[in-house]
Design a protein around this ligand. Structure first.
Ligand code: PGA
Length: 240
């Protein structure tokens, strides 16, 4: 694991873009794995600026997102569809047919899961997977559990995650309790993984991730240890 320590959130976001651009520089049609949450918002801002300056072209980029809440309309402000459009897609020259997010608002969730697994098979290995980390060590919505899944499926959110994500909703009751999420195998199916973390809240998870010697489903991020190219780009608080 390569650990890059940054002074603050802005530096973390700029450094992340720099690393991603370097990793993609010889790739003709990049496939990016994208994440939601507060952490990558600054990185997406930097991507938008780079796109405006002609330093990052999205016209040949294909993207796949990690997850989506079950039962939320894509037009709803709390959906990850909305988040991605608002924070990135509406501001760069990505083609609508080239970005992919699980469709989790329909009646047939099993079919939506099957379709996303098929899509990931067709798209194949991502060049770069961007990742955040939950306070409880989750990656995407792979929550601490006795076992973890390899592929995309429907997951139950833990109370920790519902609590953490309630800051985006009027109350914890409004936070969806389920999501469609890529599995651990899907996440690892990338040439490079760029994990971002900032702030005190992530200290414990980052410390455990760096120092763990075990693959522990109760700490899902530990599975990143088997990947040969993981960058942890974090501010000094998260790395303290
Ligand atoms: P955050 O979420 O970026 O909003 O802290 C990260 C995550 O839960 O994976």
């Amino acid at each position: 694991m390569k650990i890059i320590k940054c002074e603050n959130y802005q530096e973390m976001s700029e450094k992340a873009l720099e690393v991603i651009q370097e990793l993609l520089k010889d790739v003709e049609k990049p496939v990016l794995g994208l994440a939601t949450g507060s952490t990558p918002e600054g990185l997406y801002q930097e991507m938008i600026k780079a796109n405006e300056k002609g330093e990052m072209d999205f016209s040949d980029i294909c993207s796949v997102n990690l997850d989506e809440y079950v039962g939320i309309d894509p037009e709803n402000e709390q959906s990850y569809h909305y988040y991605m459009k608002d924070h990135l897609f509406d501001h760069v020259n990505i083609k609508e047919e080239n970005y992919n997010i699980p469709k989790a608002d329909g009646d047939d969730l099993d079919k939506a899961v099957e379709e996303y697994n098929q899509l990931l098979d067709e798209i194949g290995r991502r060049n770069v997977q961007i990742l955040g980390i939950g306070n409880n060590g989750h990656i995407a919505f792979n929550e601490p559990d006795k076992t973890l899944s390899i592929g995309t499926r429907i997951v139950q959110l833990t109370d920790d995650t519902i609590e953490a994500n309630s800051r985006f909703f009027d109350s914890p009751e409004e936070v969806p309790k389920k999501a469609i999420s890529m599995g651990i195998g899907d996440i690892l199916n990338a040439d490079h993984i760029v994990l971002l973390a900032n702030g005190k809240g992530k200290q414990k998870a980052i410390h455990q991730l760096i120092h763990t010697e075990e693959l522990d489903p109760m700490f899902p991020a530990s599975f990143l240890k088997v990947h040969p190219s993981v960058f942890i780009i974090a501010d000094k608080e998260a790395l303290a």
